[in-house]
Design a protein around this ligand. Structure first.
Ligand code: FES
Length: 122
């Protein structure tokens, strides 16, 4: 199931968060819905942001083991908290670890007036 099939999937132009809400070089989690929420991890590098479904392609676990706590490296990689798979911010590709060469599921976003929004034509 891709993110667009999720019952809580946001439509195009949905407000995700303000860019300033994401620490530069870090990330936050944003959820859509309550029970069975669609959980996204939204990462930032300067004026750019990317969003991925918060599910590791290794064992389909969340990338964080504690709410709101993610492991990031100075060179803009996100590390899965469970078995240390390392994903690039800019394309979600795993470059090291047990999910090597697999990718996080990207959710296209755009930044308009300092606000991260869902992109596309949903
Ligand atoms: S669940 Fe993420 S590396 Fe194993």
């Amino acid at each position: 199931m891709n993110w667009q099939s999720h019952p809580q999937a946001p439509t195009a132009d949905t407000h995700v968060c303000s860019l300033d809400a994401i620490p530069d070089g870090g990330c936050i989690e944003v959820s859509f819905g309550d029970a069975d929420a669609l959980r996204l991890v939204v990462l930032r590098d300067g004026g750019e942001a990317w969003a991925y479904v918060n599910v590791c392609p290794h064992f389909s676990l969340p990338l964080n083991s504690r709410p709101g706590e993610f492991l990031v490296t100075d060179d803009r990689h996100l590390m899965c908290a469970y078995h240390c798979a390392l994903f690039r911010f800019h394309d979600g590709l795993c470059v090291d670890g047990p999910a090597k060469d697999r990718s996080l599921e990207a959710v296209p976003v755009t930044i308009v007036d300092g606000v991260v929004r869902i992109a596309g034509d949903r």
